[in-house]
Ligand binder design. Structure first.
Ligand code: PMP
Length: 382
C-alpha cells in the first residue's frame, strides 16, 4: 500500500535528533527553528524525557479509561501548578483539533447554545468540527460540522453585536495566531473579550495549542493579558512529539459520566511524556529562558531592520517581509540546513525553535537569514 499523498515533502530523512539539532540519513546536520509545527518544546530527545518514556513503557504503555491511571492525576496536578491553574480540571485527548472540538462541545453543553464566534485568519484544526472554526478556505470542505460559526475582526463592538444577535455558546481565539502569521490581538482586546463573555454567559476558549506551553515566555500566551478563559486547549508542545492534547476547564463546568470521551486520551505513555515536559520546563526554568532568548532574537532582528515587521512574543516569532519568503525559506533549508516555518501569508516567516534554544544557535540562524535576505534584496534591485 502507498501513502495517501497529501504532504509536499522536503527531500530530507531525519534519523537522529538532540536539542535543536537534527541529523539526516546522509549524516548532514540541521538546526531546528520550527520544531515540526511548534511541537518540540523541550528539545528533541531530551534525556529526562527519554528516560521517563522508557521507564513507563517497560512497566505499562496503555490501558483504556476504564481503570485508574495515576499518572493522569500526576499530570493534572503538575500542569495546574506550573501553568497557574490549580483549580481547573483536565480532560485529556490526542491532538489540537480534538482538544478544540471537545472545548466547543463542552461550551455548547454548558450554555445550551450553539453559535460560535471565531476570528479572521484563525486556525483551530482540520477535523470537521474544529475546521468549522478555522478561517482558511483551502482546508474547509463542503461538508462541515453542524455549528454556525462567524469569523470576526478583532473588534469588540462587532463581537458584542453578534453575541446579542445570535445564541452564542463560545468565543474561540488564539491569543497569538500561529498559522495565520503570528498575529496578536492586543492585551486590551483580550481583556475586553473576557469581560464581554463573562457578562453574557458565553464561554471564552483560548486555543493555546500553538502559543501555549511556554512558547510566549509565559506558560500561556493569554496570561500576558491577565485574563482567565473558561476553557484552554493545549496540544503540540505538551508532549514534545508524543501525541497528546487536552482542555483545562474552569471549576464552573460540571463533569458527568459520558459527557466527553476518547480511547487513547490520557494513556500511560502520553502522560509520561507530558509529565516529563513539565518537569523539564520547571527544572530548566524554560519560561524565563524562552522569554530572554525571544527578547534577544527580537532585538537583533529589529536592529538589523530587514524585516518590515517583527511580530510575536517569546520564541513565537513572525517576520514579515515585502517579498514572498519562499526562496529564503528554501535556501535556509538546502544551503544553511536550518528548518523554519511559513504561514498562510506568503510574506511571513514563522520561527518556533525549542524553548531551550542556545544563544549561539540563534546567532547561527541570524547570520544565515541576513545573508539570504540581503541576496534577495539585491536580486530585486538588479
Ligand atoms: N489550534 C492551533 C492554534 C494550531 O496551530 C493547530 C495546528 N497547527 C491546531 C489547533 C490543530 O492541532 P492538531 O494538528 O494537533 O490537530
Amino acid at each position: 500500500m502507498e501513502l495517501f499523498n497529501v504532504y509536499p515533502l522536503n527531500d530530507i530523512t531525519p534519523v537522529r535528533a538532540l536539542g535543536a539539532q537534527l541529523w539526516d540519513d546522509k549524516g548532514q546536520q540541521y538546526l531546528d527553528f520550527y520544531g515540526g509545527h511548534a511541537v518540540i518544546s523541550i528539545g528533541h530527545s531530551h534525556p529526562h524525557y527519554v528516560q521517563r518514556l522508557t521507564e513507563q513503557v517497560q512497566k505499562i504503555g496503555f490501558y483504556s479509561n476504564s481503570v485508574h491511571i495515576p499518572i493522569q492525576r500526576e499530570l493534572a496536578q503538575k500542569l495546574g501548578e506550573v501553568a497557574g491553574y490549580p483549580d481547573y480540571t483536565l480532560f485529556l485527548c490526542n491532538s489540537g483539533a480534538e482538544a478544540n472540538e471537545n472545548a466547543l462541545k463542552l461550551a455548547s453543553f454548558h450554555t445550551g447554545k450553539s453559535h460560535v464566534i471565531a476570528f479572521k485568519g484563525s486556525f483551530h484544526g482540520r477535523t470537521s468540527g474544529a475546521v468549522a472554526a478555522t478561517d482558511n478556505p483551502k482546508i474547509v470542505a463542503p461538508f462541515n460540522a453542524n455549528h454556525s460559526i462567524s469569523f470576526l475582526p478583532y473588534d469588540l463592538e462587532e463581537v458584542e453585536r453578534l453575541i446579542q444577535e445570535k445564541p452564542t455558546c463560545a468565543v474561540i481565539i488564539e491569543p497569538i495566531q500561529g498559522v495565520g502569521g503570528i498575529i496578536m490581538p492586543s492585551d486590551e482586546f483580550l481583556q475586553g473579550l473576557d469581560e464581554l463573555c463573562r457578562a453574557n454567559g458565553v464561554v471564552l476558549i483560548a486555543d493555546e495549542v500553538q502559543c501555549g506551553y511556554g512558547r510566549s515566555g509565559k506558560f500561556f500566551a493569554h496570561q500576558h493579558a491577565g485574563i482567565k478563559p473558561g476553557i484552554i486547549s493545549v496540544a503540540k508542545g505538551m508532549g514534545n512529539g508524543f501525541p497528546i492534547g487536552g482542555i483545562l476547564i474552569s471549576p464552573e463546568f460540571k463533569a458527568s459520566y459520558g459527557l466527553l470521551g476518547t480511547t487513547f486520551g490520557g494513556n500511560h505513555l502520553a502522560c509520561a511524556a507530558a509529565v516529563a515536559v513539565l518537569e523539564v520546563i520547571e527544572q530548566e526554568n524554560l519560561l524565563e529562558h524562552a522569554s530572554q532568548m525571544g527578547e534577544y532574537l527580537k532585538q537583533e532582528l529589529l536592529a538589523n531592520g530587514d524585516a518590515q515587521e517583527v511580530r510575536g512574543r517569546g520564541l513565537m516569532v513572525g517576520l514579515k517581509y515585502d517579498f514572498p519568503i519562499k526562496n529564503v525559506r528554501d535556501q535556509l533549508l538546502t544551503e544553511h540546513h536550518i528548518f523554519v516555518g511559513n504561514a498562510s501569508d506568503p510574506t511571513v516567516l514563522r520561527l518556533l525553535p525549542p524553548l531551550n534554544i542556545k544563544k549561539e544557535e540563534i546567532d547561527q540562524f541570524l547570520q544565515a537569514l541576513y545573508t539570504l535576505v540581503a541576496a534577495e534584496a539585491e536580486a530585486k534591485t538588479a
